[in-house]
Ligand binder design. Structure first.
Ligand SMILES: [Fe+2]
Length: 545
């Protein structure tokens, strides 16, 4: 059956298409509209739907909205608190519910031909959970969903057997680990629901010196759920405005929040494992993008293997809702084939775009080798190859690449991207070489774990080592990613290093590059030395040339 999944309720609107249990396409609206996170995370924006990404998913499969059997919307307004005729109460929560109830009609407007009676509401955390246990390459698993909030909850723990989910624990609002982390994000001068990863990066610069107090404020209840008391953030560190410089006390607060989050998640994972005895844990929800916490769960937790949905934030619920709905109607679900589920262009189409833009380019015999040579000469390269990624990480399809042996390249890349200097950049490495260089959960194809860099490699790849000696690696499997694997092999032949710096191809405050025009705009405005686009190579002309 043909099921279109839609996430539109809070933020990161996205669409996904599942046909006969196979994930055919998935994309985030921000990559089309070029507005980061797609929309404002306010109740007033609930009506805004992933129109462009949904239309693209259909077009990609040669379908129209009338061809869909079902549409799965990743929020169930029937589970929200009753609004009792007042849409303004509780911070306009009733308005959110009203808009969600009307989503079938909004969808009909956005996707002409759609039959609104085919829209199904899927509970938010069930959609997150399905994006993990149904998309993962495991028949059965324990599953944890942890985010800011769904309809009325913030957490779900359960067991999935042959595609069916049994919920074993859940946590209701106001207690929310995700919202706690969002509050910390805001207090530290970053954007909530957006910049949480900056808190995680900042944490590495501090010490968790408020931990004793946070262990009282945030605690597991022993029944699979937890309590988060109201936190007076200013009692720990003065509030920062956007762009203010942080002091050591701010890094200490970030470190405290991060460590307490890790401790609680470990406790919750142990509780769940004690009930299921499963080998595998699958995870989703915005908190599951916290790769430092994921690593602790993987290395110190009771499960042998941890799999995290690459679009663990709300964007991933589009896929989860579609998979769950397809499964509930009897379709056999295939694991997702990878994160490269977005738009892609053929070489001839890319050539046409380059000719149209009158950008001089060459078509080397092997683009991977040509790029490896530029990287080996310490150039910075935009890498636009294949279909774009679903989820927030660049995984070798819309990437910025650099030499890992030059410590100064972190600064250069942060200049290209126009972002804070404390932000780390990450390495990609061939899977079969990863364990020589890094210590931690393997494989790590979606950059959702952190690793220790082995001591004898620290000085060889300084650009990818964070201040605490860690690195958030992407392992590259030759079978799954042959082009990126060839690039890594070529780079190793030239430099002796089987590692390349990889960060997302974007500039500050903008979504990741998605289409060829975005790539050319990025190349035109940022100090890149070259852009690899399909099999073509655009080189920066030297000044005055
Ligand atoms: Fe969520």
């Amino acid at each position: 059956m043909r099921v279109l999944g839609i996430n539109g309720v809070f933020h990161d609107p996205a669409a996904a298409l599942v046909i006969d249990g196979v994930t055919v396409a998935a994309a985030e609206e921000e990559r089309f509209t070029r507005r980061k996170h797609g929309k404002s995370p306010a109740p007033f924006s609930t009506w805004e739907l992933p129109e462009q990404s949904a239309r693209w998913c259909l077009a990609h499969a040669g379908l129209t909205a009338a061809d869909l059997d079902l549409v799965a919307y990743s929020y169930d307004p029937r589970l929200a608190r009753p609004r009792n005729g007042d849409i303004t109460g509780d911070g306009w929560e009733g308005l959110r519910t009203l808009y969600a109830e009307r989503a079938p009609l909004f969808l009909k407007t956005a996707l002409p031909g759609l039959d609104p009676s085919r829209v199904r509401f899927v509970p938010h955390h069930v959609a997150h959970a399905a994006s993990a246990y149904l998309a993962a390459p495991h028949e059965s698993s324990s599953v944890i969903v942890c985010d800011g909030r769904g309809e009325t909850g913030s957490y779900l723990a359960g067991q999935a057997i042959d595609g069916s989910l049994k919920v074993l624990a859940a946590q209701s609002l106001p207690h929310s680990l995700g919202l706690m982390y969002e509050e910390a994000t805001e207090h530290l001068g970053f954007r909530r629901s957006s910049d949480e990863y900056k808190v995680m990066a900042l944490a590495a610069y501090g010490e968790p010196r408020f931990l004793a107090r946070f262990r009282e404020l945030v605690r597991a209840n022993g029944d699979g759920a937890f309590t988060v008391e109201r936190i007076d953030w200013s009692a720990f560190a003065p509030r920062l405005a956007r762009g203010d410089d942080w002091q050591p006390v701010h890094a200490d607060l970030a470190s405290t929040v991060q460590v307490r989050l890790e401790e609680i998640l470990l406790e919750l994972a142990r509780w769940l494992h004690a009930r299921t005895g499963d080998r595998v844990l699958t995870m989703a929800g915005g908190v599951a993008l916290n790769c430092v916490a994921n690593s602790r769960i993987a290395t110190e937790g009771p499960f042998e293997e941890v799999w995290v949905q690459p679009a663990a934030g709300d964007a991933g619920t589009a896929l989860g809702a579609a998979l769950w709905t397809a499964h509930s109607h009897g379709d056999a679900i295939q694991p997702m084939p990878g994160a490269a589920l977005g738009r892609g262009w053929s070489d001839s189409e890319l050539e046409r775009r380059l000719l149209e833009a009158r950008v001089p380019f060459e078509t080397p015999p092997d683009i991977a080798r040509a790029v490896a040579e530029i990287l080996a000469a310490d150039g910075i390269v935009g890498w636009f190859e294949g279909r774009s990624e679903y989820g927030p990480r660049a995984l070798g399809h819309r990437s910025l690449l650099a030499h890992p042996g030059q410590a100064g390249n972190v600064g250069r890349l942060n200049v290209v991207k126009g972002r804070e200097s404390f932000r780390p950049v990450a390495p990609m490495v061939l899977l079969d070489r990863a364990s020589e260089i890094f210590e931690g959960p393997l494989p790590s194809p979606y950059m959702l774990f952190t690793h220790r860099v082995r001591p004898d490699w620290l000085s060889r790849i300084p650009a990818v080592v964070h201040v605490d000696g860690s690195a958030r690696i992407q392992t590259v499997d030759r079978g799954a990613e042959p082009l990126v694997a060839r690039l890594l092999r070529s780079f190793e032949e030239l430099t002796g290093l089987p590692v390349v710096v990889n960060t997302s191809l974007d500039t500050a405050g903008r979504p990741m590059v998605d289409d060829p025009r975005d790539a050319l705009e990025c190349f035109g405005s940022a100090p890149l030395d070259a852009l690899a686009i399909g099999s073509h190579l655009v080189r920066r002309a030297s000044p005055g040339a």
